[in-house]
Design a binder for this molecule. Structure first.
Ligand code: NAD
Length: 282
């Protein structure tokens, strides 16, 4: 039977480390979160970020815009926050409301790279590609923290990532490459997917389809990281991995909920601290 990669436990350790550093600073960092519209799920995510800020001593600002605010108002707010020396991290809660007419690339480029705690700006993505990131992509770096905590070294391992999104799949592959893994990225057009996933020493699922990864897709003794969040009826969430069937085969596995999810916010706190330190150095 596998051992659990416990996101609640490890994220608490990361938050404690951030809190200790923040406590030693003359002034705490500030994270500005922009929320457009009143989507209940987004409100919950923003609320969780606020709670994490409170826990580590980071000042959180909430900037609410109505769903029909329009791109010009959103960009004006981002620009004002870019100029504000008291703000160190800026995050725009995505997705934006349905029907909000905006250019995603323009939004990614609008946030100052120094304050881009989501790591969406092309400058930060480029630094990541070159192996010299200053800020870390929250979800993939959170997954790595879990592996590090368990003492799982990626050097020489075959890491297979299912999913090629800019938020999860691609940056996950880049971080694994930096750890000297041999990396394969699979996606919706990949042929013979199971033949590839069965070669994985570490399998990362970031698809967004309930129980997509079945036991026959996993090698005995593999490490399985489930990034997927799939909402069931009510408030229940489950991952991309058929946990009950897969867990008996692998060495380590993340649960959903309580795996990668909590790690994302703790890396966001780490990034806000790192952004504040970088800005104060300049
Ligand atoms: P996305 O929809 O942008 O990307 C999904 C990827 O899955 C695509 O690259 C696609 O090529 C691939 N895919 C789809 N069907 C496939 C198939 N049949 N075979 C192989 N690959 C296939 O999603 P995303 O933003 O990368 O998110 C993925 C999942 O991770 C979602 O469930 C999302 O909710 C979750 N997520 C979790 C966190 C967290 O904090 N835990 C953060 C971000 C995203």
């Amino acid at each position: 039977m596998s051992q659990l990669l416990d996101g609640k436990l490890v994220s608490a350790k990361v938050l404690d480390r951030v809190a200790a550093e923040v406590a030693g600073m003359p002034q705490p960092p500030t994270l500005a979160v922009i929320l457009v519209g009143d989507d209940p799920a987004s409100q919950v995510y923003v609320g969780n970020k606020k709670k994490a800020c409170e826990r580590v001593g980071i000042v959180s600002q909430e900037h609410l815009l109505p769903a029909d605010a329009g791109q010009a108002k959103l960009l004006a707010l981002v620009n004002a926050l870019n100029q504000d020396k008291n703000v160190h991290g800026i995050l725009c809660q995505l997705p934006l409301p349905k029907g909000f007419d905006y250019d995603e690339q323009a939004l990614c480029r609008a946030v100052s790279p120094a304050k881009d705690v989501d790591v969406f700006h092309p400058e930060n993505v480029g630094k990541l590609m070159q192996g010299e990131p200053e800020l870390l992509p929250c979800t993939p770096a959170g997954a790595l923290e879990l592996l590090d905590d368990a003492g799982i070294d990626l050097a020489g391992k075959h890491v297979v990532v299912i999913g090629r999104s800019n938020i999860v799949g691609k940056p996950m592959a880049m971080l694994a490459l930096q750890r000297n893994a041999t990396v394969t990225i699979c996606h919706s057009r990949t042929k013979n997917l199971s033949a590839i996933t069965r070669q994985a020493d570490v399998l990362v699922a970031a698809v967004g389809r309930l129980h997509f990864v079945t036991a026959d897709m996993v090698k005995d003794g593999a490490v399985v990281v489930d990034v997927g969040i799939n909402r069931l009826e009510g408030r229940k969430v489950r991952g991309d991995v058929d946990f009950d069937a897969v867990a008996p085969k692998c060495s380590w596995i993340t649960p959903v909920p309580g795996g990668v999810g909590p790690m994302t916010i703790s890396v966001l706190m780490k990034n806000t601290l790192a952004a504040a330190k970088l800005q104060r150095r300049k």
